[in-house]
Design a binder for this molecule. Sequence first.
Ligand code: SDX
Length: 428
Amino acid sequence: MSESAKLSFKGQDYEFPVITGTENESAIDIAKLRASSGLITLDPGYKNTGATKSAITFLDGEEGILRYRGYRIEDLAEKSNFLEVSYLLIYGELPTQSQYETFSKEITHHTLVHEDIKKILEGFPSNAHPMGVLSSLICALTAFYPDSLNPNRNKEEINLSIVRLIAKMPTFAAWAYKNEMGHPVNYPDNSLDYCSNFLKMMFALPAEKYDVDPVVSSALDKLLILHADHEQNCSTSTVRIVGSSQASIYASISAGINALWGPLHGGANQSVIEMLEAIKADGGDAKKYLDKAKDKNDPFRLMGFGHRVYKNFDPRAKIIKKAADDVLEKLGVNDPVLEIAKELEHAALNDQYFIDRQLYPNVDFYSGIIYRALGIPTDMFTVMFALGRLPGWIAQWKEMRENGEPIGRPRQVYTGANERDYVSMNKR
Ligand code: SDX
């Protein structure tokens, strides 16, 4: 029996259907709200508003559950690999052996980028933040593949764009880093797996032998899996709304990279390390910074803590915290900020302010510590997040397009001046 919700307004009753998803989440379908009552809803930040129905990722913020296409994140992080998870998110099922081999071969085949990309790259000063370089190079793909501007492409043409994005993003990311370092770029080495190829493009230097450490490559692969999708977060919603105007997939992903850049979103992993470094430089007094985070008059926030959806532990943070211990031990790295992070976490989890607001460590709290141990520089941390989130953005863009969703165009409540006549300048 279908459910419904009633609304009473100015003595009139209105009834709206309630839809229920496969995990028993319910939503009031207000598609006819304005036409029937003249009302709209108002929900800054969309904290209570569903933008779509999606079959890709399920989160339960109260229970700390995250599943990609029904598979638990804990299982995928332990048993799968990033390309297999990318296939799962984008095409909906785990690939067979032959599907996986075809997919990874196609990606390997497309890792090279047009030489003219280097001319764009060379236009950036060495102090350019790699996220700005990455979003620019991704959007530049519209120039090298103008067919992507056609909104009516068939599945094969869209799949080629998907392969190009997954294949070329690591190359762009590594080149953005090389531009910052003033080093010559490295071309892809197609004899290597996805993460090893990226690490070699990042860190290999001319005239020096570079061997990828399998511990580093494996840790990176796990981190990319953990970042791969997270339903309708800020950057994914950006990709969807840009894509809803029938802009190309490259322009949509470029927009998502820019949304992720913000310190309240993916940029938090860079801010966490900067925060931990500041606490260390200031004598390592975690409690002092906890008090700053609680002080309404102080703009300081405990970066890496809190989440719009998780009101319990972010399951990714638990996995990353354990991986941080494992990776640092295997690499023989002793990072003092790891101890500060653990002290800060312990203090926050026992502090009434954080308990009352259900603030727990999120995916960004420990990831920077691992990236640093892997040799990734701080301003590349959010680029790593973008590399991981790419298949999720692609899957969500593809679902939005395949479902024929309308162009996103929210309404507003106007609070400005009422009608008034123009007054010429000499009379003001
Ligand atoms: C990501 O959406 C996703 O899924 C995102 C993500 C993904 O995979 O895509 O999970 C990745 O973006 C993780 C979040 C990374 N950001 C940070 O770590 C930045 C620090 N955290 C916050 O600024 C904040 O917690 C947000 C932005 C993450 C969530 O903010 P909300 O949901 O808008 O919550 P809010 O700002 O309304 O806070 C509720 C209360 C407020 O206090 P009161 O006004 O009720 O007294 O909690 C307080 C806030 O002041 N609060 C914090 C805090 N986070 C929230 N206080 C101190 N430190 C914090 N980190």
